[in-house]
Structure formats: structure tokens, C-alpha cells
Design a protein around this ligand. Structure first.
Ligand code: SF4
Ligand code: SF4
Length: 281
């Protein structure tokens, strides 16, 4: 269990607790203001991304100190965790409304509208989150964001996530003033600023998933599709026995490799039951 499960999930998976998506948490004015400011200022996110890239060149002790400060702060305000598709479906099972918006990361990193970010609400009318997001459309979104707010049915949202899974995107939940979960995203390493920060720049702003993947060599045909799709560089290929091998110390447990494996040779295991990965978050 990650530390959020202990703090915000009473020892169970914190992102499967309906209370962490509730309007009760959103009634906090500071949290609402944070969401508005976050979504209204893509340029400040772009500056943060540039600073993180520059930090790579800093001396190690400065880098370690700043990394610690950033991660500690982000855990309080905006932190994520990788979640496999079946648990996304569980989350959608207790949600009652779904909205989709353009991804701010992609707007910054590639200058394109990619509709990969979702908000859910326990209320059928979208509750306070929809209210905030509608307000954002009117107040500052422009260009590709102008059409930025779509309402989906549950079936449409589930189907969209399966499409994202096929595209090789890693699903993740995001807090806005932890523990409120205000976004469910579909990330990749090249365009998602959070994944770039965590994986490329070693400044963690998201937890690994609660799982790790494992290849059953008996079933593996050595096609290497799993290697191609893994965003985290966790899959290697053994030329001697012509099989894929997953390094569980690098695996984030997104489960996307399972989707491309035609031989059904990959399974997820509970991270806490895998000694080499149990304490890696
Ligand atoms: S996708 Fe499946 S069959 Fe292909 S290399 Fe990976 S585990 Fe083996
Ligand atoms: S090896 Fe791990 S991190 Fe890579 S795609 Fe599979 S589950 Fe995700």
C-alpha cells in the first residue's frame, strides 16, 4: 500500500474510496481556487516544466534537496498514482457523471488538443466539479480549449479509456489538494509533464501503481510488442531464450503491456507481494 492508502484509504486503495471524489471535499474554497488557478495558467506549468529540466544540471546535493521539497509539496497539493484499467472501471462504477477536457500537458508540450483528461462526480449532474469546469471554459480557455468540456455517459467514458489503453497510454488519478481526486488522466512519457518529471527527471510527482507485471515465459512468443508499448522502459528482451522479461523494479504497474500481448502472457501481481518492488513507490 502506498502512503496515501494508509492516510486517505484506511488501509485500502485510496483511489477506490468514493469519499475522495466527493463534493464535500470540493466545498473547501481553497481547493476550488487551486483547481481554477491550476487550469487557468498553463504558462505557469510550462515554467515549472522548464525549471525541472534545468534542475538536471544542478549539483547532486542541490538536486536531491530540491527534489525532496518539490515531492513533499506536490503530495499535499497535486499528486498522482498509476491505476490499471480494471480499477478505472471500478472507479467509474461508483461515479454518476463524467466530463472530458483537453489535456493541459499536451497543450504545453506539443501545442495540440488531446482530449485525454477526465473528471468524475458522484452526482448525476456533475456536481461542483462540473460547475468549476464550466466556469473555466467561460473565463479563460481559448484556442483548442474553447470546446473543452464534454459530458459523457458511463459507457462512453469506459469505452474511451479502453481506446486510450489500446493507444498505450497509462491511466492515472490526480489530486487537487490531496485527498480530493479531481482528474483521471491518460499519460505518456513524451508529452505528460508529470511522467517526464517522475520518470525522466527523477522528481517524483506520482506514485507507481499498486501492482507490478510479470511475464509467463511459457506463453511468451517473443514478439516484443510489450517492450514497444511500455512507457517506463521496464521490459527487456532475452535474445538467448527469445522471451520478454519485465524488470519489476522499473515497472509502474499500469498493465498496458497486457493489452498488446496477444498470447495473454502478462499478468499483474500485487506490488506488496513482490519483494523487489514492495517498497518502491
Ligand atoms: S507481448 Fe506477450 S508474447 Fe509478445 S513478447 Fe511480450 S509477453 Fe511475449
Ligand atoms: S511492464 Fe509495467 S510499466 Fe511497463 S507497460 Fe507493463 S505494467 Fe506498465
Amino acid at each position: 500500500m502506498c502512503e496515501f492508502c494508509l492516510k486517505h484509504g484506511e488501509g485500502k486503495k485510496w483511489y477506490l474510496q468514493a469519499k475522495n471524489y466527493s463534493d464535500d471535499l470540493l466545498s473547501d474554497v481553497r481547493r476550488r481556487r487551486f483547481i481554477e488557478e491550476f487550469a487557468s495558467a498553463p504558462e505557469s506549468l510550462a515554467r515549472d516544466a522548464q525549471r525541472m529540466d534545468h534542475l538536471k544540471k544542478a549539483p547532486r546535493f542541490i538536486r536531491n534537496m530540491i527534489t525532496h521539497i518539490i515531492t513533499r509539496r506536490m503530495k499535499k497539493v497535486h499528486f498522482g498514482q498509476v491505476v490499471p484499467i480494471e480499477e478505472i472501471e471500478q472507479i467509474f462504477g461508483f461515479a454518476n457523471s463524467f466530463v472530458r477536457v483537453a489535456c493541459i500537458c499536451r497543450h504545453i508540450s506539443i501545442g495540440k488538443e488531446k482530449r485525454y483528461c477526465y473528471g468524475i462526480s458522484l452526482k448525476p449532474d456533475g456536481g461542483m466539479l462540473a460547475e468549476i469546469m464550466r466556469g473555466l471554459d467561460k473565463s479563460f480557455l481559448s484556442g483548442p480549449y474553447a470546446a473543452g468540456f464534454e459530458t459523457l455517459t458511463k459507457d462512453e467514458a469506459v469505452s474511451a479509456f479502453h481506446t486510450h489503453e489500446q493507444e498505450g497510454l497509462c491511466h492515472s488519478v490526480w489530486t487537487f489538494h490531496t485527498p480530493f481526486i479531481g482528474g483521471i488522466c491518460n499519460c505518456d512519457r513524451s508529452d505528460c509533464l508529470a511522467m517526464r518529471s517522475t520518470v525522466t527527471n527523477s522528481i517524483p510527482v506520482m506514485f507507481r501503481g499498486e501492482y507490478v507485471a510479470k511475464v509467463n515465459p511459457e506463453e511468451c512468443a517473443g514478439c516484443r510488442e510489450c517492450m514497444r508499448i511500455c512507457q517506463f522502459g521496464a521490459v527487456t528482451y532475452s535474445a538467448s531464450n527469445k522471451k520478454a522479461v519485465i524488470d519489476q523494479m522499473w515497472c509502474y504497474g499500469c498493465g498496458v503491456c497486457r493489452t498488446v500481448c496477444k498470447n495473454n502472457a502478462i499478468q499483474l501481481e500485487e506490488r506488496i507481494k513482490v519483494p523487489v518492488a514492495a517498497n518502491l513507490w
